[in-house]
Design a binder for this molecule. Sequence first.
Ligand SMILES: [Zn+2]
Length: 127
Amino acid sequence: MARTQSPPLLLKCGVYLLKCNDCPAVYIGECRRSFKVRISDHINAFFDNKPARSAFVKHLIEEDHIPKAVEILHVEGKNQKRTALESIEIAEHMVHHQYNVINRTNINDLLIKNVFTRSPLYWQTNL
Ligand SMILES: [Zn+2]
């Protein structure tokens, strides 16, 4: 019987979330190669003390904070779908006030942000 084995999650690409251990800062990113390669970029930037390479690492270094967790939000190989999912996740996390989204590009996709800020969920969180 033939057995097909899918590659490990870290070798896929998609949308991920990085969390700070010491404050509500989160960073949402997408990768077109693999989670492993992209997350290694952040880790290396942190240990090499290169804040210019990563907005998340810049936050950690400037605030003297440490990273808490990486979460895989979506596995998605298609470029357009993945960047759309990234924008949606950024907008979703922005309207939940327990998070401080530190993405540099978080105001670029105004259309998606407008959709979310007009949703009933957003108004509930702002009562
Ligand atoms: Zn922090």
